[in-house]
Design a protein around this ligand. Structure first.
Ligand code: BGC
Length: 738
């Protein structure tokens, strides 16, 4: 315990600020229940009324599953449970995983399903904060109606590694995109009256060796990339809690990182909520001094560190009691701020039909049309013979695995298809592909009543090719199941599906390939494909959304939130560190790309990707004009977008920084989804967050903008030349908390 005394007490300094005496009008039996007081005042009053044992009880809790013991009887059942203090009117925290929908692990609540949003990458591909907000609000409503008051959601890790098994839970590779949409999703969730986390703080960018990997990165680069994504998400979404990550960052476990938690999050950013650990990420009571406020999923750790060991550390003076007060107040503050004390969740019926519509809209907005030879798409409703092949398209659409996996609600149409994945290891028994019962085949048939629509499973390439040869058009569905706990070995499609696609293309050049993948893949058959549609994991109504795009009921407007590399050789780490080894292997993962994640790495190295970040086609065309840039303290960029085609559609003009004070600097600094009817035009004005123009200066502790001329590029994606213009920006140093 010697190390406890030696640790900085950065977080404790905030305590004096919130120790203020309660105002006179708040006095009463339970003054903290007076909603006229501020969340800080209420938290302070409630905390002062608690015994040490009550406080300690609020700082740790189990996974609310029969694992190995039955969960507390008050727990609804799901990811986690933290007891409340009934004598003081403080409710328990009922926590559910909810990255993409309310989950039901181990079917702990018998047959209680949830509405699945499309994957995070699909949401990100919408480039539309409203889509993220609506999705968050829907999941929040559903959780509230099931009695939960905390969502484990808000994945804001940058997708640095295309093989990462959890990319589908995140929002792509760019800090502005991930931060903006992540913040909107959190704000949406909390608008439904439940607390949301942002997770997994920070640099949780691979699943291989996820409990042992040490992500090594330069501080300034970290601040400009992954931390900036979280910073933006926190500013926009104001999450009640932050979940720290499994991995280490520069030598320290993320949940025991004084730098990440005390210095950056609570210090520089002034974060007022609480930090909960990921499940099984707490390694000692001293993590309390490093900034961790609550131990989650305690049965997965070696000890209930934040139970008796923490209490003993307080008793012996190794941890100041003031720190315990701070931890408790942070939790209470968020409970009051979000409203879960004043307006507790009410169990009620859920309108799954309305919720499925939210998921369907999100899926449609996130579909990315990657290739469209000679306008093969949209398909005319008049095609006579359509061969649908592979991907389980007869049953539904694939979803990702792990703690975010949503079980579809019972009694809402066809049952889902479950396909066990098999394999060895602790998690293998849980691995199964879940197909949400929104069958693309059925949706295609429904839109083509007079056509002959056949289906082939794709198990034998020769049979699929024979079916394709007989059709006017072949639509081949391919899948890549990804899961928490397991990275993809490489970027090929698994189970021989590349050979299937090749065979179908050889039999019929009018082949449309629909991808349901957890992230980027290689496409050795790309040249021969007629069209390629990236549908990601499209969620509860994914099959309908795909058919809507294929047949032109929806004009695709998704854009890639990740670079699609040509091969792993183009990546900063061609070999995945720790892949295939123990999840606890202590391996070092240098991050030579620093802040140059994804498209920035490709630009810096002069590499040509398979498809660039930001790419996506439409059934109409857009033209940009009148680009002007005003300078000063930041850049304000204006331009006009016009729909010069024949169909209504949405475009995503993207503004990239090209040079900053004479130095090359490729960064997305603004984007906007613009919906336009044919012939319609709109002027868009985007003001760049100055942090996106700056470099983080660790000496000075702030964002340094060099004075000089800055060039921007207005383009359709990160790699195309677009139009350029520039303006002068003043030299400045910006503090996170001025
Ligand atoms: C995951 C978290 C999740 C938690 C609770 C962990 O394994 O990393 O994202 O919220 O489990 O299920």
């Amino acid at each position: 315990m010697k190390s406890l005394r030696a640790t900085r007490l950065g977080a404790v300094s905030a305590i004096s600020l919130i120790m203020a005496a309660p105002p006179a009008h708040a006095q009463g039996a339970r003054p903290w229940l007076d909603p006229r007081l501020s969340p800080d005042e209420r938290a302070a009053l409630a905390e002062q009324a608690m015994t040490l044992d009550e406080k300690i009880a609020m700082l740790h809790g189990p996974m609310a599953l029969p694992f190995p013991d039955p969960p507390p009887k008050e727990a609804i059942g799901g990811a986690g449970y933290i007891p409340g203090v009934p004598r003081l009117g403080i409710p328990a925290l009922q926590e559910t995983d909810a990255s993409l929908g309310v989950t039901n692990p181990m079917n702990i609540r018998p047959d209680d399903g949830g509405t699945a949003l499309p994957s995070g990458l699909a949401i990100a591909a919408s480039f539309d904060a409203d889509v993220a907000r609506d999705g968050g609000a829907m999941v929040g409503r559903e959780a509230f109606s099931k009695g939960f008051n905390v969502l484990l959601a808000g994945g804001a890790n940058l997708a640095r590694e295309p093989r990462n098994g959890r990319n589908f839970e995140y929002l792509g590779e760019d800090p502005l995109l991930a931060g903006t949409l992540g913040g909107a999703a959190i704000a949406g969730a909390q608008s439904s009256g439940v607390i949301s986390t942002a997770k997994h703080f920070a640099l949780n960018d691979q699943e291989s060796a996820r409990h042992g990997v040490d992500a090594q990165i330069d501080e300034a680069a970290l601040r400009e990339s992954d931390l900036l994504a979280f910073q933006l998400a926190i500013e926009i979404g104001k999450p009640g809690s932050i979940m720290c990550a499994y991995n280490k960052v520069n030598g320290d476990y993320a949940c025991g990182s004084d730098f990440l938690l005390n210095r950056v999050l609570k210090g520089d950013w002034g974060y007022r909520g609480w930090v909960m650990s990921d499940w099984g990420a707490t390694y000692g009571a001293d993590f309390a001094l490093k900034g961790l406020d609550q131990q989650s999923g305690q049965q997965l750790d070696k000890s209930v560190w934040f139970g008796d060991p923490l209490k003993q550390a307080v008793r012996s003076g190794q941890i100041p009691e003031a720190r315990i007060s701070d931890m408790v107040r942070r939790i209470l503050r968020s409970m009051f701020a979000v409203g879960i004390v004043d307006r507790p969740p009410v169990k009620q019926a859920i309108d799954y039909t309305a919720h499925a519509d939210v998921a369907r809209r999100a899926a449609a907005e996130g579909v990315v049309l990657l290739k469209n030879r000679a306008n093969l798409l949209p398909m005319a409703a008049g095609a006579k013979r359509i061969a649908v092949i592979g991907g389980g398209a007869d049953a539904g659409v694939l979803s990702g695995g792990g703690s975010s996996s949503v079980t579809p609600p019972a009694g809402q149409g066809d049952p889902p298809r479950f396909v066990p994945v098999g394999g060895e290891g602790q998690m293998a028994p849980w691995w199964r592909e879940v197909y949400h019962p929104s069958s693309p085949l059925k949706a295609i048939r429904a839109l083509n009543k007079d056509a002959e629509v056949t289906f082939d499973t794709g198990r034998y390439a020769s049979a699929a090719a024979a079916a394709a040869a007989k059709a006017d058009v072949a639509i081949v569905f391919v899948t890549q199941w990804m899961t928490e706990g397991l990275d993809a070995a490489d970027l090929t499609l698994p189970n021989g599906q590349d050979a299937l696609v090749q065979a179908v293309i050889a039999a019929n050049p009018n082949t449309i390939v629909v991808l349901e993948t957890g992230g980027p893949i290689q496409m050795p058959w790309l040249d021969g494909a007629g069209a390629v549609v990236q549908a990601w994991y499209p969620g509860a109504k994914g099959g309908d959304a795909i058919a809507d795009v294929l047949f032109g009921r929806v004009n695709p407007s998704g854009r890639l939130p990740m670079t699609f590399p040509q091969s792993v050789e183009q990546l900063p780490r061609p070999a995945l560190i720790g892949f295939g080894g123990s999840e606890r292997a202590a391996v070092a993962a240098p991050h030579p790309e620093g802040a140059d994640v994804g498209y920035r790495w490709f630009a810096a190295r002069g590499l040509k990707p398979l498809f660039p970040f930001g790419h996506g086609l439409s059934y109409t065309d857009f033209r940009y004009s009148d680009l002007t840039v005003a300078g000063g303290l930041t850049l304000t960029v204006s331009f006009t977008v016009e729909n010069i085609g024949k169909t209504t559609g949405a475009d995503v003009p993207q503004v990239y920084l090209a040079t900053a004070a004479g130095e090359p600097a490729v960064r997305l600094i603004g984007f906007q989804k613009v919906r336009l009817a044919p012939g319609q035009r709109r002027t868009v004005t985007l003001k760049a967050d100055p942090r996106l123009l700056a470099r983080y200066d660790t000496q000075a502790g702030g964002w340094r903008l060099k004075g000089g001329r800055y060039q921007v590029r207005l383009a359709k994606d990160s790699a195309s030349p677009g139009m350029t213009a520039g303006a002068s920006v003043q030299a400045q140093l910006l503090k996170d908390r001025p």
